[in-house]
Design a binder for this molecule. Structure first.
Ligand code: SF4
Length: 349
């Protein structure tokens, strides 16, 4: 008879970087009856590293569609026929509206995403001008979700005021060629290393539900452990009609399985900002409040090409689950020059 998984030992090995892919995958295969035990172990780590505070991030889709890559999950790729809005660079008002919203409500980060993998210097310069404009209005830290950059482009972005870059691994190395053929997993890893070297904080995570095996997700989290990102977004795949994976059977994404994925991430990356990203509104159902026992970060106001819970609704969910959201600044209380930066610290458990 196979021995029951020892969660204490698993968690200690994970934190020490000594977990094998099989042991990591075994966490995802735990029977649902052991979920409370798993959640307790993940919660202890969450409390030790993050207290009870939840960070909220908002997203601006700055450049939409028109990408020449074939990532099978993505509504913006070359093989997708989705009818989503396509534009080269959103106008200043789109950036400023979200920047002001973030400033007034005290969100922890404004994430700005650009479709595509390659950018010319003129495109990066135009984007940097938008970033500089919003830095005049808001001091919310800016993360940029962007493709492969040259080092001078990365340095230009840093100078404009971006301090963190999101570039996901998306899945495990072995499974990667099944979801994308136009660039490689190794190119992604190289890009992340270069960005880290340039001085950016790294945000990198992935997507559960693309058809991967449990071992593939284990591989992804273990690879992330090597890259030590500051922030790890975990998405649960939301199929968009017209994309190559639109018809995928997603019955594996039960609420319990989604929580196990988050727990595994917390075990392997205990000190990271762990973000429960796209899909929480769809898959977690009755266990949604439990996500805060594992994740300490969340998106509000929707995702790149699909909607999500509003900011006010997300704040309500956090409070109702017994967790803390940083106090919002009263509207009109000031811009970057007089915003109190320690508002959240006063609220931290
Ligand atoms: S994930 Fe990024 S690189 Fe891949 S198709 Fe979508 S926009 Fe292009």
């Amino acid at each position: 008879m196979r021995q029951a998984l020892d969660l204490q030992e698993t968690q200690e090995k994970a934190s020490a970087g000594a977990l094998s892919r099989e042991e990591a995958a075994a966490v995802l295969a735990l029977p649902d009856e052991r979920l409370p035990e798993l959640l307790d172990a993940a919660y202890a780590l969450r409390l030790a590293h993050k207290g009870r505070l939840v960070d909220i991030q908002i997203l601006t889709n700055a450049k939409s569609g028109g990408c020449g890559q074939d990532c099978a999950y993505c509504a913006q790729g070359k093989d997708s026929r989705t009818g989503i809005a396509t534009y080269a660079l959103a106008g200043p008002e789109t950036f400023l509206d979200n920047a002001r919203l973030g400033q007034e409500t005290g969100v922890s980060r404004h994430c700005i995403a650009l479709s595509g993998l390659y950018f010319d210097d003129a495109g990066i310069a135009a984007f940097c001008r938008r970033v500089e404009q919003i830095r005049q209005e808001a001091d919310t830290p800016i993360c940029c979700s962007i493709g492969f950059l040259t080092r001078p482009q990365a340095e230009r972005l840093k100078k404009a005021g971006v301090d963190r870059i999101n570039h996901n691994l998306n899945t495990g190395r072995n499974f990667y060629p099944r979801i994308c053929s136009t660039h490689s997993y190794d190119e992604r890893v190289r890009n992340i290393r270069m960005l880290k070297d340039t001085g950016f904080e790294i945000c990198s995570g992935g997507i559960a539900g693309l058809g991967e095996e449990r071992e593939d997700l284990a591989d992804m989290f273990l690879a992330l452990q090597d890259l030590s990102p500051k922030s790890v977004p975990v998405n649960f795949f939301l199929p968009v009609p017209g994309t190559p994976l639109a018809a995928r059977d997603l019955r594996e994404l039960t609420p319990e399985y989604c929580l196990k994925v988050l727990c595994l991430a917390r075990f392997i990356l205990p000190g990271a900002d762990l973000r429960c990203a796209a899909g929480r509104e769809v898959y977690l159902k009755d266990v949604h409040p439990q996500l805060f026992r594992v994740a300490d970060s969340i998106f509000a106001s929707g995702y790149l090409t699909v909607g999500g819970d509003s900011l006010q609704e997300t704040i309500r969910q956090i409070r109702e689950a017994g967790f803390l959201y940083r106090l919002a600044q009263p509207a009109g209380s000031g811009g970057p020059k007089n915003r109190k930066k320690d508002t959240a610290a006063g609220n931290r458990a």
